[in-house]
Design a protein around this ligand. Structure first.
Ligand code: CO
Length: 217
């Protein structure tokens, strides 16, 4: 049963939680009552799982304002039931007006995908999707000789391709046709300066390669 305080680092999270909840109630006694009864976020955020990119904190938003999905390197994969469920719920039921995909410079997932390292089983499968993005933009990326700059550019191109992947889903296309929303935004966050750079945008109703457009929505 005995354990050093180092093994109880998680206990600090619970203590901090009590303080946080008490502070919120002190500021606004109705805070949790209100949030418990209503969730009407205007934004869906698809970000990287990286612990340095917390959606609410870097955008100055509060609980209730952003519906969040995060995975390694913020990928949109058309067989990912987890992401598609989040997208479907956010678009159809919460009726979000904007979907944001936010990558970040210095992304470990992106960097890993540019190497030939065997990360074994599941990670290889996941990172393969980023290798495909590299292949689509090989000429541009291969021409960048500085390794860090090349990875940074791949981070931007990955956000753009994942945004395209959103536009290829019938979930997005149906919402565009029926309700002219949501707009799609591709952003990249800088770990070094804390600033978000918009890199790509698709307004609701944008036409994409007709190969991917459904006509019987
Ligand atoms: Co990352």
């Amino acid at each position: 049963m005995a354990s050093s305080s180092g093994n109880k680092s998680y206990a600090k999270l619970l203590q901090e939680n009590k303080l946080w909840a008490a502070g919120k109630i002190k500021e606004d006694p109705d805070y949790f009552n209100r949030l418990a009864h209503l969730q009407t976020p205007e934004f869906l955020w698809i970000g990287c799982s990286d612990s340095r990119v917390p959606a609410n904190e870097i955008t100055g938003t509060q609980p209730g304002e952003i519906f969040v999905h995060r995975n390694v390197a913020n990928l949109v994969i058309n067989t990912d039931v987890n992401l598609l469920s989040v997208l479907d719920y956010a678009v159809k039921h919460l009726k979000v007006k904007h979907v944001i995909i936010c990558g970040h410079y210095g992304c470990g997932g992106i960097k890993a995908a540019t190497t030939n390292t065997d990360y074994k089983y599941v990670l290889n499968m996941w990172l393969r999707n980023i290798k495909d993005v590299y292949r689509l933009h090989r000429a541009e990326l291969d021409s960048i000789h500085d390794e860090e700059l090349r990875c940074d550019r791949l981070v931007e191109l990955n956000v753009t391709e994942q945004l395209m992947n959103l536009a290829k889903t019938s979930i997005i296309q149906r919402a565009w046709k029926e309700e002219q929303r949501p707009d799609l935004h591709g952003w990249v966050y800088g770990l070094k300066d804390g600033l978000i750079k918009p890199v790509f945008e698709m307004k609701a109703g944008t036409h994409i390669d007709p190969l991917y457009e459904y006509d019987d929505l």
